[in-house]
Design a binder for this molecule. Structure first.
Ligand SMILES: *Cc1c(COP(=O)(O)O)cnc(C)c1O
Length: 379
């Protein structure tokens, strides 16, 4: 069987146990805080420790990532903060890409400094720059590839190899690619985190986070950071995540097909200056992307020629794209992450003030292109 067909079977059927659940074709939601052990000990105690519904979601995502174990959290940030706290301590140092997801940057560079953790931002696509940022106390190299505003990649094999040779742990946020399009553990990265609030859930109705990695490390995170901070996933959230995962392969196929067409359409459009999307052959990191990803999801950015003062008008002129900062759901979305930056920050981060980020949803691709075309031309 191909990896793809394995993954499709994991999404649809892994964790099915009809004998255990009275033949129910969909596993039940164990909506109970306590498991009694008076007559038989089934191995469960309390909802903050483990829950059978949540464990199905954890098994599925761990298998999709080819990891030994998975852990679900109440949100992506719950997962990311738990992993980082488990790896860092007073006096340790972490390297991260400057354009990492905003709250992650705030956590690493702002919040953790209260506890004596040092942090260095790198641009990320240059291995030498990462190597030069390493200090004797570097414990973690945090990655996010592609970055979710500018879509630059890090060379995952090379960074993982470098980190391994220095005894540094690598962590990657794999939310953009999903486990269907990129499996960082197979490239040597140590720990994968996901926001399940995006493609994994896929319907813009749950928050969730997942960590995948080695069994021992995850058992410790479960006992310590997840158990002690308590950001566990609720079983109803897990049940919706399991439901989302069943359609992940068909949804991702559609997101990719539409996004590739729309990226090419925007690139050729006279009112568009630039498209940032690693699936375009013209992308400077196209070859690297091909070597570490098996496909492309539906989030990209573009810079219209109209100037930053008119992008809000462009957003208002769209019929099918709703305005908002999230992504990965069924619905097409647009937002303007550069507009709120001052000139200096915009230049330093390489995020033009007029940059627009779009999440290509499951609507008809032709209709989305027509909509973008009329809004661009009306300016
Ligand atoms: C949304 C997001 C997160 C955080 O996930 P939440 O579930 O909202 O906490 C982390 N990383 C990336 C890339 C995201 O887009």
């Amino acid at each position: 069987m191909s990896r793809r067909s394995d993954q499709e079977e994991i999404c649809t059927h892994l964790g099915d146990d009809y004998d255990r659940y009275l033949g129910a074709i969909v596993p039940p939601i164990f909506q109970n805080t306590l498991f009694t052990r008076k007559t038989v000990d089934h191995g469960y105690t309390y909802m903050r420790v483990a829950n059978p519904t949540t464990e199905i979601a954890e098994q599925k995502i761990a298998a999709l990532e080819s990891g030994e174990a998975g852990l679900c959290f109440s949100s992506g940030m719950g997962a990311i903060s738990a992993v980082l706290i488990s790896l860092l301590e007073q006096g340790s140092h972490v390297i991260y890409p400057l354009n990492v997801y905003g709250p992650t940057r705030t956590f690493i560079a702002g919040y953790m400094s209260r506890f004596g953790v040092e942090a260095t931002a790198v641009q990320g696509s240059d291995l030498q720059e990462i190597e030069q940022a390493i200090r004797p106390n570097t414990r973690v190299i945090y990655l996010e590839s592609p970055l979710s505003n500018t879509f630059e990649l890090q060379d995952l094999r090379a960074v993982a190899e470098l980190a391994q040779s220095r005894g540094i742990t690598t962590v990657i946020d794999n939310t953009w690619a999903t486990p269907l399009l990129q499996n960082p553990l197979l490239l040597g990265v140590d720990i994968v985190v996901h926001s399940a609030s995006k493609y994994l859930g896929g319907h813009s109705d749950i928050l969730g986070g997942v960590v995948v990695g080695g069994r021992e490390r995850l058992a410790r995170i479960s006992r310590e950071e997840r158990g002690l901070f308590g950001a566990v996933m609720d079983p109803h959230q897990a049940w919706l995540l399991i439901r989302g995962l069943r359609t992940l392969p068909v949804r991702m196929r559609q997101h990719e097909e539409s996004a590739l067409r729309i990226a090419a359409f925007l690139e050729a459009h006279p009112c568009v200056e630039r498209v940032l999307y690693p699936g375009l052959r013209s992308d400077p990191q196209y070859e690297l992307g091909q070597s570490q990803m098996s496909g492309y999801s539906g989030l990209m950015s573009f810079v219209p020629r109209c100037g930053s003062d008119r992008v809000l008008g462009l957003i208002k002129g769209l019929r099918l794209f709703e305005e908002g900062p999230s992504w990965g759901g069924f619905e097409s979305l647009i937002n303007s992450p550069g507009l709120w930056l001052d000139e200096e920050t915009s230049v330093r981060h390489g995020i033009p003030r007029g940059l627009l980020r779009i999440s290509i949803g499951l609507e008809n691709a032709e209709s989305l292109m027509e909509d973008l075309d009329q809004a661009l031309r009306s300016l």
